[in-house]
Design a binder for this molecule. Structure first.
Ligand code: FAD
Length: 399
């Protein structure tokens, strides 16, 4: 008996894992508008390539935005499942610092993508590049455009994983939003997540210290605190100690509240320990960097948060290194963010990511309105949602 056809739109990690798990039972087709699959997946590999994280259970779920459907999916296909799947297709992984999971040494991001594509092709998944989803017809059937031809796509089920709103050069350009609005599916505008923050610092400071890393710091805001690092940029600060605070900062900015972070430049030292470094005869600011073992950039940031009298007082300066308040002017634009929130509202989908009003259509990956920090959690969210949809369809095929 010929297999029933399932069409996936988008060639990112969410659709790739769904295609893999569907391919046993279905005739699977991926329609991707670009010339290549997985372009954002490859960009993710440019820095540290966190394929998932070692967190499990409640520890895993609590890093994501509070959506029971997403939490259920994370329980159904968890971080160990991701690692087992990768291992099965020949991509061994290891757990690195702070629980992040990387491909084993020698396996490059492009190798991981090639491996996935090779396995999909072997399993008979048909990949159609340069096929751009452009909207739905009157019967809510998707239309794709390829070489000036518009084709109404006929299939048993449609899975959409068209991505978030950032890094448009990787293909995820959010143009699909209006098509879903036209069939009355609620969408939320994309907003930046895992992004840098804008700080009003003078030009001279930014030119002099732009690119300076601030290592081994702790940053707190709104009752959250994270250790890690940040880097001074031309616009403010960016880095892994900032990203997890972005949702709370975003909320404050949305409510027009005062937004700020507090930096502890010496998380492993108490105020007393820092003050004990001040010699009895006192010291001048020109000796602060050496005395407190801080960079000139840190000294300048601290200076900006202090009155002149406190800056000149070495004991007050020492104490301030634990609590420098940095006012935030805004978040970096969506285009530059590592990920986005917004997209298809979670209320539009059922527990297995089918659209409430169009059960023949499922939505997966970053196209859905959920949030998570970096550290492998974004890809895990894509893998879990992709798997759950495949599993649902596989169960239906047994009926
Ligand atoms: C700089 C950077 C670093 C990152 N690092 C990490 C990391 O280390 N770990 C981690 O977990 N995550 C990381 N991420 C996030 C991760 O890459 C994304 O969350 C993930 O790729 C989203 O997968 P997706 O399948 O939902 O969408 P995408 O990967 O965006 O794929 C969507 C696909 O749909 C296609 N498409 C869009 N519109 C259409 C259309 N109309 N018709 C047909 N096809 C279309 C696009 O061309 C694209 O191929 C990083 C992201 C960035 C930008």
């Amino acid at each position: 008996m010929p297999k029933i056809k399932v069409v996936l739109f988008g060639g990112g990690p969410a659709c790739l894992i769904a295609a893999y798990h569907l391919s046993e039972k279905y005739d699977v087709h991926i329609f991707e508008k670009g010339k290549r699959l997985g372009r954002k997946f490859l960009v993710a590999g440019n820095g540290g390539f966190n394929l998932t994280n070692e967190a499990q259970g409640a520890d895993l779920q609590q890093v994501y935005s509070n959506h029971p459907k997403l939490h259920k999916a994370l329980a159904e296909f968890n971080t160990s499942d991701t690692r087992n799947w990768l291992s099965k297709i020949g991509v061994e992984t290891f757990v690195g610092s702070s629980g992040r999971v990387f491909p084993k040494k020698g396996i490059k991001p492009a190798d991981v993508l090639k491996r996935i594509i090779k396995v999909l092709e072997k399993k008979g998944v048909q990949i159609h590049l340069n096929h751009n989803f452009i909207g739905f017809n009157n019967n809510a059937k998707p239309i794709v455009k390829s070489n000036e031809n518009e084709i109404v796509v006929e299939a048993h089920h449609y899975v959409f994983g068209l991505g978030g709103g950032s890094w448009t050069k990787t293909g995820s350009n959010s143009l699909w939003m209006s098509s879903f609005q036209e069939i009355e599916v609620q969408t939320l505008p994309f907003r930046s997540s895992n992004c840098g923050i804008d700080v009003i610092w003078d030009r001279e400071f930014q030119e002099k210290f732009g690119g300076t890393p601030l290592k081994n710091i702790a940053i707190s805001a709104y009752e959250h605190s994270y250790k890690g690092e940040a880097v001074v940029t031309g616009y403010g600060l960016e880095g892994n100690a900032i990203y997890p605070l972005v949702p709370a900062i975003r909320e404050a900015l949305t409510k027009n509240e005062r937004a700020y972070i507090t930096i502890d430049f010496k998380p492993n030292s108490s105020i007393e320990m820092l003050q004990s470094k001040v010699p009895e005869v006192g010291i001048k600011p020109k000796n602060y960097a050496y005395t407190f073992n801080i960079s000139k950039a840190v000294q300048q940031i601290a200076k900006k948060g202090l009155s002149k009298a406190d800056y000149l007082n070495p004991h007050k300066f020492a104490a301030s290194l634990k609590t420098i308040v940095v006012p935030i002017n805004g978040l970096r634009p969506v285009e530059q963010a590592i990920s986005t929130v917004g997209g298809i509202a979670m209320t539009e989908i059922d527990e297995q990511f089918g659209l409430n009003n169009y059960p023949q259509i499922s939505i997966i990956g970053e196209m859905l309105d959920w949030d998570a920090p970096t550290g492998g959690f974004l890809l895990q969210g894509c893998f879990s949602t992709g798997y759950v949809v495949a599993q649902k369809l596989n169960e239906q095929s047994n009926l």
